[in-house]
Design a binder for this molecule. Sequence first.
Ligand code: UDP
Length: 317
Amino acid sequence: MKLLVTGGAGYVGSACSARLVEAGHEVVVVDDLSTGHADAVPDGCRLVQADVADVASALLGEGFDGVLHFAAKSLVGESMQDPTKYWYGNVLTTLRLLDAMREHGTPRLVFSSTAAVYGEPDEVPIPESAPTHPTNTYGATKLAVDHMITSYAAAHDLAAVSLRYFNVAGAYGRFGERHATETHLIPIVLQVATGHRDQVQIYGDDWPTEDGTCIRDYIHVTDLADAHLLAVESATPGRHAIYNLGNGTGFSVRQVIEACREATGHEIPAQVAPRRAGDPAVLVASSDQARTELGWKPERPDIATIVRDAWTFTQSR
Ligand code: UDP
């Protein structure tokens, strides 16, 4: 297939582009490089450096079999302080993209949605049927896009899949996490091991969990890339399928720090700090639907493997 990948210079977008190329698909990346890196675009992909909203129509006019839409604003804290950036960047841009797809009859879409659409969950593991009550603007914009996609699939026969990621981590070879503003736990802990930070702060140790720290479902970016490949290949016209992607197992902040100590051999000092606003205590996915319908199975569920691959990537930089 000839596929347009928006945000293909970012962490998840570049890893997925590499996986698509490896599977024999032709990939064109569109990315404004606001947070991505030109050198992260895999070999064999054409890079168009532009804002998706500006070029979607012209590009899709070339004729594509599908779009994988990763380009987005994705910092939770920033989304609360500057909502305009998120409603424009995530919702309006995707509306322009969907309209360009309708205009040119592009048949398939795979969208990067998020566990943040669920907010504070009533039940864990979280199934796709759980109520959606996002607690931040980032999650609200992703949920709005999911609703838009449902309408377009029904009205225009679009074959669409939204993948709701839990905590993506690890690296796929040379495709790993390198954000200018790092907020995610594993890269922050590894920055202590490389000497770029003195210690890690644990955001609260009085949560209702076994060791008192928050529990998250960490999923290896390579497993995530496999799910995108299956999603684009199996999308069905007129249907908007939604799948949670996680391992179904949670690890606490303390367990993650311990895994990083083992992987790096560094003592990694940690200090308990106040809770971070908007953090739920436990987020773990039920990915049963992705397993049954997509035939997807995470091959690297172990936190030691996830951290080891992230560490190998970090050391290579
Ligand atoms: N966390 C932490 N210290 C940090 C960064 C994160 O204790 O410096 C915690 C955070 O409160 C959450 C977990 O680690 O419970 C994962 O946070 P991250 O930002 O990586 O992902 P999120 O779950 O917010 O998407």
